[in-house]
Design a protein around this ligand. Structure first.
Ligand code: SF4
Length: 456
């Protein structure tokens, strides 16, 4: 157990009035040692909590004067104060096994912790879930949670997770749903493993045994050049079309049986199949937007609304508790993206938008309208992901080295816009920063309205 450190104290807050300082270690609240930021939040939510802290070699007690429910004004250094529960599965499609060596240590952490599911929207397989966890989730109403299903057939699920517990851990999903906890699921589809008839069987299993699932995302496996799994391969376009047909068929069945579509296909499937994205209405509120379900449709709708001077549609609340409260900074890939970019180049310069190959496919049809709006030529500068290779074409996984390659030799007097989704705490996945790029780039928030505003 490592005590969380205070990283900021809000001005004029109860914490500041009580004398709390940055770098103080928080040992206990009202005599209780919180295990994580969820428990900490519940404890400091009470009126007048008493904090035990360590400051250097000294231990002190501070009394916060505040109403019940009043925000104490403290941000702490981590979300989980005991150990993050790591995953005991060995899925052949695990992206962490496909990471090249030598990257940031935190990227190699295989977490399977329901708390990170609640806090950040991370997916958990529930193979390490326990009775005590169930009791806590139900008592504290820790939802929504995000569960990796992959298959509902016990033997197939155990095989996919390479863990015998995979065969039985969906009993926790049933228990969570029975207790009224909101759960979103996902199926990572691997050709020749859980596609085709197996995918139909999984969707039937969901309708039959887990009809309380709020949504289920069907996403294609990502296969990079660093994968050492021989049987792992990416979908061919006709396989993507087949998955889309299955998803549409099952949406109709779920609508019939439950009055909800429940299942949604990832944007990548539409791009790979060469099919148009569904209308915004068909996403029913974009509950799995951050999982790549409807991101392209939202982006296009935001850009089109901004070009027409209308307010954008928005995507509703984002997954995870931290979508709406503060308390601990998000870590890993959900960390704040960027604090600043290069200053804008002269307004009359032609503009290039740096983006992954999928992003380029989404943006290209918009270019005539963006050019009219900007009054200068606007083009897309697709960045090939050589770092991961394979079918990895989403913008969020571009590295600084790949962006630098794309910019090498590009005209020096053009403007270059870069979506901020490529950065986490100002760094690319390979630890480079925008200062390492051969051209100045302007960072733009990764949504259609921000892109249109940046071009104005
Ligand atoms: S459950 Fe997730 S983290 Fe664990 S091995 Fe499978 S894909 Fe990797």
């Amino acid at each position: 157990m490592s005590a969380p450190r205070v990283v900021s104290v809000a001005a004029a807050s109860p914490a500041q009035r009580a004398g709390l300082r940055v770098n103080d270690e928080l040992l206990a609240v009202d005599g209780r040692v919180p295990r994580d930021v969820i428990e900490y939040r519940l404890l400091v939510d009470e009126a007048d909590p008493e904090l035990e802290i360590r400051r250097g070699h000294e231990e002190l007690t501070l009394h916060l004067r505040k109403e019940a429910g009043e925000v104490p004004g403290i941000e702490v250094s981590s979300a989980v104060f005991d150990r993050v529960r790591t995953c005991d599965n060995h899925c052949e499609f695990c992206f962490i096994y496909q990471l090249p060596k030598g990257m940031r240590k935190s990227l190699y952490l295989k977490d399977d912790d329901y708390r990170l599911s609640f806090l950040y929207g991370n997916f958990t397989t529930l193979t390490r879930f326990t009775e005590a966890d169930l009791e806590r989730v139900v008592t504290e109403r820790l939802g929504p949670l995000y569960v990796s299903i992959h298959a509902t057939d016990p033997a197939l699920r155990a095989q996919l997770l390479r863990n015998p517990r995979g065969a039985v851990s969906l009993r926790w999903l049933a228990a969570l749903l029975d207790a009224g906890i909101t759960v979103h699921g996902q199926i990572v589809v691997c050709p020749d493993a859980n596609d085709g008839a197996a995918l139909d069987d999984t969707l039937l299993g969901i309708l039959d045994r887990y009809p309380g699932l709020e949504t289920v995302a069907v996403v294609p496996v990502g296969v990079g050049d660093h994968s050492r799994e021989e049987s792992l391969r990416a979908h061919a376009p006709e396989e993507a079309r087949r998955v889309l047909t299955q998803v549409r068929t099952w949406q109709a069945r779920f609508l019939d049986a439950l009055g909800r579509r429940v299942v949604y296909a990832a944007d990548e499937y539409y791009l790979l199949a060469g099919e148009a994205f569904p209308d915004a209405d068909a996403y029913d509120g974009f509950a799995q937007h951050e999982n790549g379900i409807g991101m392209a449709r939202t982006f296009l709708a935001e850009a089109e609304a901004a070009l027409a001077g209308r307010p954008g549609p928005g995507t509703g609340p984002r997954p995870g508790f931290f979508a709406w409260v503060d308390g601990a900074p998000a870590d890993g890939y959900r960390a704040p993206r960027a604090t600043s970019g290069a200053p804008a180049a002269p307004g009359a310069a032609p503009v290039a938008i740096l983006t992954g190959e999928y992003g380029a496919a989404v943006l290209t049809p918009l270019l005539p309208a963006l050019t009219r709006h900007a009054g200068v030529p606007v083009r897309v500068l697709p960045v090939k992901n050589r770092f991961f290779g394979g079918n990895i074409a989403v913008t969020g996984l571009l590295t600084g080295a790949d962006v630098a390659d794309a910019l090498e030799g590009a005209p020096a007097d053009h403007r270059y816009l870069l979506p901020d989704v490529v950065l986490s705490r100002d760094r690319f996945l390979d630890d480079r920063t925008v200062a390492d790029l051969p051209r100045p780039v302007e960072l733009v928030a990764t949504d259609g309205a921000s892109l249109v505003a940046a071009l104005a």
